[in-house]
Design a protein around this ligand. Structure first.
Ligand SMILES: [Zn+2]
Length: 182
């Protein structure tokens, strides 16, 4: 709560001082790209700066691991909305080295969940046929994860032919990019 109050106090001044003016742009990406990236904290500013993108240039969709884990989930929906409604023509999937999502051990996460929400809840979900381990599982390795997501997007039945899809991996320490699909 204390942190939220700090932010609200800062925000009041930010708006009063019209500091937003430096960020004024439209909802359409000037460079016609929508990026799917990982939510890793090291990439918050590093990713756009290492690619020379500023406010208004691109759309960024983020999740744990930059993964499209379901063809009709919210990530795929966001990418398609970006293409159909918001003038994106390219989709770039950007994974990164040392990704916490790849390192996720579903068994360990389930253990933690059992402590927080009770064994009963976890057991009930599993009995209802929800495969929690599979659901929590990240990619085996970052390149594989990016390739898998790129494949899912490229082969999506609702992706228009004009949209191109690329896969990249970024180094979260120095911002170096590596292209992993053609
Ligand atoms: Zn990550």
């Amino acid at each position: 709560m204390e942190r939220l109050q700090e932010v609200l106090d800062f925000n009041k001044k930010f708006v009063e001082n019209k500091e937003y003016e430096a960020f004024t742009t439209s909802k359409f990406p000037d460079k016609n790209i929508v990026i799917l990236a990982c939510m890793d904290t090291r990439l918050v500013e590093l990713l756009p700066q290492a690619m020379n993108f500023k406010n208004g240039d691109i759309k960024i969709v983020k999740n744990a691991g930059a993964l499209v884990s379901h063809p009709f989930g919210s990530i795929m929906r966001s990418l398609l909305v970006g293409v159909y409604e918001l003038q994106a023509e390219e989709i770039w999937v950007v994974g990164h080295h040392d990704c916490g999502s790849c390192a996720v051990q579903p068994d360990q996460v389930l253990e933690k969940m059992r402590k927080e929400v009770s064994d009963e809840v976890v057991d009930t979900l599993e009995h209802a046929g929800i495969d929690l381990k599979n659901w929590l599982q990240g990619a085996e390795d970052v390149t594989e994860g990016v390739r898998l997501s790129v494949d899912r997007i490229r082969n999506h039945p609702l992706l228009p032919k004009y949209a191109t899809v690329h896969g990249l991996v970024i180094n979260p320490e120095n911002g170096e990019l590596e292209q992993v699909t053609d």
